[in-house]
Design a protein around this ligand. Structure first.
Ligand SMILES: NC(=O)c1ccc[n+]([C@@H]2O[C@H](COP(=O)([O-])OP(=O)(O)OC[C@H]3O[C@@H](n4cnc5c(N)ncnc54)[C@H](OP(=O)(O)O)[C@@H]3O)[C@@H](O)[C@H]2O)c1
Length: 287
């Protein structure tokens, strides 16, 4: 990765920070993004102390105005961006709205990667890696894209729902005229489980009803089994850096860095179109 520049959203902690560490260790210049400037700089300093070239930028990437400012700051710092990793995730226990009035998980998982990728396309010369998560692959509810009808159910969660939507949006993005054939590739990585700040802060009320009885068990075993965050960062590091995937686009990779089939709901054209249309409508003033 010598001579390459990578932007990682949510690089101050959890899987994003380990991804930043892994790419810096491979020689990349890494720009990490977090909401708090002090925390972001501290993470960059820590990773730089390990021998990497890591810089920090502060933005709340669920806010459209922050995304526009972030894209301008990135353009000031570099002529070309080789890799964009849309890593930020969120899982509030109930439906909340961002300052733009967008449902928060839809904003973080779908609208942010859509907006940031579009804003950075003029700079992008390489790869976009979008991070899915949870248990993606269920149906996409077209009357419930922003959890207008339900946020949690017996097995339904808007977290999983929006991660499936991210996959549909990524597929559609990879086919866009200004992307297809431009040398920019767009793929989705599934990291696998990690004992991260997001998981640690999840309350029982944030789980679909059917999982709630086993939450104490999950809390007991998760730190032991999933404490090593280098494992869930493997698939994003691989998609960002490996020669094996040079030119590969519109593909979904599992936690073992192997190609896995897309869920049927992500392949469904009606779902892709509905999500794309909503993202365009919500970002009319930004991109
Ligand atoms: N952990 C898992 O088991 C797991 C499994 C599968 C998939 N995933 C996915 O992997 C990705 C990373 O998850 P994680 O568990 O590592 O998350 P995490 O522990 O919550 O880390 C999130 C990172 O994102 C930053 N962040 C959060 N909201 C932000 C915002 N609005 N704007 C800018 N930065 C923000 C945080 O930094 P600040 O607090 O400094 O802003 C932190 O650096 C997510 O997409 C998640 O859905 C996670």
């Amino acid at each position: 990765m010598d001579g390459k520049t990578v932007l990682v959203t949510g690089g101050t902690g959890g899987i994003g920070k380990e991804t930043a560490r892994g790419l810096a260790a491979r020689g990349a210049r890494v720009i990490l993004v977090g909401r708090d400037p002090v925390r972001a700089q501290r993470a960059a300093d820590e990773l730089s102390a390990g021998g990497g070239r890591v810089e920090a930028l502060a933005a709340d990437v669920t806010r459209q105005r922050d995304l526009a400012r972030l894209a301008a700051q990135v353009a000031e710092r570099c002529d070309r961006l080789d890799v964009l990793i849309n890593n930020v995730g969120t899982n509030p226990p109930r439906r909340i709205l961002t300052e733009d009035g967008v449902e928060a998980t839809f904003a973080a998982h779908v609208l942010t990667p859509f907006t940031l990728t579009r804003l950075l396309l003029p700079l992008l010369g390489g790869r976009v890696v979008n991070i899915t998560g949870g248990i993606p692959g269920g149906p996409i509810e077209l009357d419930n894209l922003q959890a207008e009808r339900r946020y949690l159910g017996w097995t339904f969660s808007q977290y999983n729902h929006t991660k499936t939507m991210l996959m549909a949006m990524s597929l559609r993005f990879a086919e866009q005229e200004q992307v297809a054939g431009s040398g920019v590739t767009i793929n989705v990585a599934y990291p696998g489980h990690g004992h991260t700040p997001m998981n640690q802060s999840m309350t029982t009320a944030g789980f679909p009803y059917v999982y709630r009885p086993i939450v104490p068990l999950l809390r007991a075993v998760t730190p032991r089994i999933f404490g090593d965050l280098s494992k869930p960062s493997r698939s994003s590091v691989y998609l960002a850096s490996s020669d094996d995937v040079e030119g590969v686009t519109g593909t979904y990779f599992g936690r073992k860095c192997r190609r896995v089939p897309w869920p049927a709901s992500a392949l469904d054209r009606r779902n892709q179109d509905a999500i794309w249309t909503l993202c365009e409508a919500l970002t009319r003033e930004t991109v």
